[in-house]
Design a protein. Structure first.
Lengths: 108, 138
C-alpha cells in the first residue's frame, strides 16, 4: 500500500476514541482473491481514492459519492449477469460503506 | 384431440408467440444503442464544463431530459426489458448525484472530473454492452 495512505490514516485525529484507524488498516490490508476481479478492482479504486483524499485532490463528500457509484456499478453488473455473482465484491463494498465511510466521514 | 383442433390450438399459440405474448426476450434496439452512446458523450462534455467557474443550467437540463426520455422509451418495452430500464435508472441516479455535488461544492478540479467521467462511463458501458449482447433478430 502507498505510504502516503498509511501516513494519512495514521494522522487522522480520531477524538471519538474509536478504533477507526485499526479498522481502516485492517480493511486496506484485507487479502483479496486475485481471481475475484470485481473485488480486486474495487479495492484498487478505493486505494486510489484514499490517496487522492490524502493529497487533498478530493473531498470526503466526493469519496462518499464515489462509493455510491461503486454500489450502482455492482448493481448494474449483477443485473447484467442475472445472478448473484461476486459475493466477495458485494461484501467488500458493504465493508467500505458500513465500516469505513460511516466512521471516516465523522473524523475528517 | 383431433387433428383439426390441434391445428387450431397450434396456430393460436404461434400467433400469440408472434405477437410477443409468450416471449420474455428483449431484442437489440438500435435506438437504445444510439441513445446510450450519445448520452455517454453528452455527459462527458457536461462534466468537462463542471471545471469552469459557472454552470450552464440549460446544458444540465438538456442532458437530464434526454436521460428521462431514454428511460421512458425503455419502460414502454415492458417487463422483458426490465434489465435495461434498471440500468438506465442507475445511470440517472449517478448523474443526479454528481450534478448535486457540483452545484453544492463548486467547480471541479481535473481529478474530480476524471473520477466522475470514469464512473458514469462504466455505467454506460455496462448498459451498452448489455444491449449489444441481445438477440438482433426478432
Amino acid at each position: 500500500m502507498d505510504k502516503r495512505i498509511t501516513d494519512f490514516v495514521t494522522n487522522i485525529k480520531d477524538d471519538t476514541g474509536s478504533l477507526l484507524k485499526n479498522e481502516i488498516g485492517t480493511f486496506l490490508g484485507w487479502a483479496i482473491d486475485e481471481t475475484d476481479l470485481l473485488a480486486k478492482e474495487q479495492k484498487e479504486e478505493f486505494e486510489k481514492y484514499m490517496l487522492q483524499l490524502s493529497l487533498g485532490e478530493i473531498t470526503p463528500k466526493d469519496l462518499q459519492m464515489y462509493m455510491r457509484s461503486f454500489q450502482r456499478q455492482v448493481q448494474a453488473e449483477l443485473l447484467e449477469a442475472g445472478i448473484a455473482k461476486d459475493a466477495a465484491g458485494q461484501r467488500l463494498l458493504n465493508g467500505i460503506q458500513d465500516l469505513i465511510l460511516g466512521n471516516l466521514l465523522k473524523v475528517l | 384431440m383431433n387433428k383439426l383442433k390441434l391445428s387450431v390450438v397450434l396456430a393460436a399459440i404461434l400467433t400469440l408467440h408472434g405477437c410477443g405474448i409468450f416471449s420474455p426476450v428483449s431484442y437489440y434496439d438500435s435506438t437504445t444503442y444510439r441513445n446510450l452512446t450519445e448520452l455517454k458523450v453528452y455527459t462527458s462534455f457536461l462534466y468537462d464544463s463542471f471545471m469552469e467557474d459557472s454552470v450552464d443550467q440549460k446544458d444540465i437540463k438538456y442532458v437530464k431530459i434526454r436521460l428521462m426520455q431514454t428511460l421512458e422509451y425503455e419502460k414502454e418495452k415492458g417487463i422483458p426489458n426490465e434489465k435495461t430500464t434498471k440500468q438506465i435508472q442507475l445511470i440517472i441516479d449517478d448523474f443526479k448525484d454528481y450534478v448535486a455535488n457540483r452545484l453544492e461544492q463548486g467547480k471541479w478540479n481535473q481529478t474530480q472530473r476524471d473520477n466522475a467521467v470514469t464512473n458514469i462511463n462504466i455505467l454506460f458501458d455496462i448498459a451498452i454492452s448489455s444491449e449489444l449482447k441481445k438477440n438482433k433478430e426478432e
